[in-house]
Design a protein around this ligand. Structure first.
Ligand code: UDP
Length: 324
């Protein structure tokens, strides 16, 4: 298949692009390199440096079978401070993409969606039928894109699958030894920050909130290895159906608290992990966890890597890419 991967120079996009190339697909990456890295493009994929707003020019060059759309802004706190960036960037970019796909008859779309669309869940595990009630502009912008995709699919026959990710960690290592992992200029996520502490680049891990109604008082999240996530994208290509927009959660179904993650990072890296107990971070739900029933039935998918493997792979990647 010939695919366009928007945002394919970013963390998840580059992992999926590498898995697609490895699977024998022809891959073009469209990325403005605002947060991505050109050396994250897998050998064999073509990079077009540009904005998703101009995706029409790329889709007009040659016939594509599928677009995988990762290009987006994804920092929750930033979205609260600068909602315009998320509405214009995430929604505007996706609308430009949908219009261009219709104009150039690209039949299939896989969208990088998010659990942030659910907001504070009424019950866990979260099923896809749970009400969408995002608590920040990031989640709202991604929900708006999901709603636009539903309308375009029904009206114009697009076959689309949205994959709503929960927490993602780990890295991919190719048979050529290349690594694809997380390298964010602004890092806000728990596992990479804990690894910075393990590496000695940061003095201590701040634990945001120890008074949640959970067994150890810290928040529980559902972590998934990025290669399991990539596998789900490859499977989603097989089930896309004209005129339908399917929405599928991707999580492991197993939750880990912040303290459990900190312990695992210390165990896996063999390093001390000093922690500071802090107040709650605004907007954090106490527990997030995905129902993986639909992913299993629709995609025949189940995660294969546990938390320690995610941390070990992320640690290997971080050590090979110090300071990034
Ligand atoms: N967290 C923390 N310290 C950090 C970063 C995150 O205690 O330095 C907590 C955060 O409050 C949340 C969990 O770790 O409960 C996962 O946060 P992350 O930002 O990785 O993902 P999110 O669940 O917000 O998407």
């Amino acid at each position: 298949m010939r695919l366009l991967v928007t945002g394919g120079a970013g963390y998840i996009g580059s992992v999926v692009a590498a898995m697609l190339v490895n699977g024998g697909h022809e891959v073009t990456v469209l990325d403005d390199l605002s947060t991505g890295h050109d050396d994250a493009i897998p050998p064999g994929a073509r990079l077009v440096k540009g904005s998703v707003d101009d995706v029409g020019a790329v889709l007009g060059e040659q016939a594509y079978d599928t677009v995988m759309h990762f290009a987006a802004k994804s920092l929750v706190a930033d979205s609260v401070e600068h909602p315009d960036r998320y509405w214009h960037g995430n929604v505007g970019g996706a609308l430009a993409l949908l219009d261009a796909m219709c104009a150039h008859d690209v039949p299939w779309l896989i969208f990088s969606a998010t659990a942030a669309t659910y907001g504070e869940p009424a019950s866990v595990p979260i099923e896809e039928s749970a009400p969408a009630a995002p608590t920040n502009p990031y989640g709202a912008s991604k929900l708006a894109v999901d709603m636009a995709i539903t309308g375009y699919a029904r009206a114009y026959g697009l076959g689309a699958v949205s994959l709503r990710y929960f927490n993602v960690a780990g890295a991919l290592f190719g048979s050529d030894g290349r690594g694809y992992g997380e390298r964010h200029a602004v890092e806000t996520h728990l596992i990479p920050i804990a690894l910075q502490v393990a590496a000695g680049a940061k003095a201590a891990l701040d634990i945001f909130g120890t008074d949640y109604p959970t067994p150890d008082g810290t928040c529980i999240r559902d972590y998934l290895h990025v290669t399991d996530l990539g596998d789900a994208h490859l499977r989603a290509m097989q089930i896309a159906t004209p005129g339908e927009h399917r929405i599928i959660n991707l999580g492991s179904g197993a939750g880990h608290s912040v303290r459990e993650v900190a312990d695992a990072v210390s165990r896996v890296t063999g390093r001390e992990l000093p922690v500071h107990e802090m107040g709650r971070r605004p907007g954090d739900p106490s527990v997030m966890g995905a129902s993986s029933v639909l992913a299993a039935t629709e995609l025949g998918w189940r995660p294969t890597s546990d938390l320690d493997t995610m941390i070990a792979d992320a640690w290997t990647f971080a050590q090979r890419n110090p300071g990034s």
